[in-house]
Design a protein around this ligand. Structure first.
Ligand code: NAI
Ligand code: MG
Length: 358
């Protein structure tokens, strides 16, 4: 039976970059035996324009009937004055929560061809290839109680709650161990066990899981040290696993080691292997509609989709190799352009990747 991929371009450059990723998927279907159907859907501002809400029921239904979702980006200045629950970004949070996409995989890879775009010295980052596994549907972003109250002395107090159940820690832990097993076999669990009780439980569960993965070497690190080590010597890491809040911050930090937001893909997985794949960046309204956006983060998200949701590792390798060749050949969108490379637009970049799939 043919697999179904739901395509949600969203807003701004989402439309342009997803169009290039779809070119790649279609070429894989026509020339390389990929058995998958593509279906288009609406999310974010595009869905608001058509249905008056950022995550219409019909989109969720399409998502539930799909094996994987490819998302562009949502948001834009046109929607900034809407009430909070109607904003495009709500569509994104909504679909993550509705599908229980608890496992966020964010690779930070520095392509040798782009070594100059990192803020760090070449010998610190050359060959960097790490994977951050972030818990995405729990922790302090979702914990109850939350809100604001007035204290006895009349002062206002804001509060959120950091909670993790054992089962939540276990499922993100298993995803991380499985990921480490398929990569370099090293997993660093990041927490704040010297201060937080919830981190003690986190550590205990990770240690318990380690018994099932004798081939993976588990270590623990406090989050403040992890931030320091990421900047000091990032290549010491293979896979890192952490909670929602720490993962939000550390994954953005790791992303910037590579210096190019237009190159970074991500995956958000559920426990059945369905997942949503999207570039790390947003809808970039400043360059939307100008054929300037870098489509490679989205095309690399397609590679993750093939690998993690469709079990097509060889096709994923093929896509990543094609991206490597495009960079070897000196083609660059404006965000990664430098002297003695060739400036190309969004569509030409997509075409160049397609041409190098063979
Ligand atoms: P952004 O990631 O859209 O843009 C930040 C900067 O990076 C801009 O200068 C932009 O031109 C550049 N940039 C981003 N992607 C690029 C690409 N593929 N190629 C070349 N340059 C690229 O973040 P910003 O400006 O904070 O947010 C813009 C809108 O996107 C907002 O409405 C925000 O809420 C939304 N957003 C959506 C996300 C998502 O859909 N996952 C994530 C982050 C922001
Ligand atoms: Mg963030």
């Amino acid at each position: 039976m043919s697999r179904k991929i739901l395509v949600l371009p969203g807003d701004g450059i989402g439309q342009e970059i997803v169009a290039e990723a779809v070119k790649v998927l279609n070429r894989l279907r026509e020339g390389f035996g990929l058995d998958a159907e593509l279906e288009q859907g609406l999310i974010g501002g595009a869905a608001y324009d058509a249905h008056g809400e950022p995550l219409p029921g019909v989109t969720l239904e399409q998502a539930r009937g799909s094996d994987a979702i490819l998302l562009g980006a949502v948001g834009g200045p046109r929607y900034d004055t809407l009430e909070r629950h109607l904003r495009p970004e709500r569509g994104l949070l909504g679909i993550r929560a509705a599908l229980e996409l608890f496992g966020n995989l964010r690779p930070a890879i520095l392509y040798p061809q782009l070594a100059a775009s990192s803020a760090l010295k070449p010998d610190v980052v050359a060959g960097l290839d790490i994977m951050i596994v972030r818990e995405l549907t729990g922790g302090i972003y979702f914990g109850e109680p939350r809100g604001e109250r007035v204290l006895e002395n009349g002062e206002r107090q804001g509060f959120n709650t950091l909670v993790y159940r054992e089962s939540e820690i276990e499922r993100i832990g298993r995803l991380a161990f499985d990921t480490a097993r398929k990569r370099g076999g090293r997993l660093c669990s990041v927490d704040k066990a010297n201060v937080l009780e919830v981190s003690e439980l986190w550590r205990e569960v990770m240690d318990r899981l380690a018994a099932d993965y004798p081939d993976v070497e588990l270590s623990h690190m406090y989050v403040d040290n992890a931030a320091m080590q990421l900047v000091r010597a990032p290549k010491q890491f293979d896979v890192m696993v952490t909670g929602n809040l720490f993962g939000d911050i550390l994954s953005d930090c790791a992303a910037m080691l590579t210096g190019s937001i237009g190159m970074l893909p991500s995956a958000s997985l559920d426990s059945q292997g369905c997942g949503m794949y999207e570039p790390v960046h947003g809808s970039a309204p400043d360059i939307a509609g100008q054929d300037k956006a870098n489509p490679l983060a989205t095309i690399l998200s397609v590679a993750m989709l093939l690998r993690y949701s469709l079990g097509e590792g060889a096709l994923a390798d093929r896509v990543e190799a094609a991206v490597g060749r495009v960079l070897d050949d000196g083609l660059r969108t404006p965000d990664i352009h430098s002297e003695d490379t060739r400036l190309v637009g969004t569509a030409a970049m997509g075409d160049a990747v397609v041409a190098r799939l063979n």
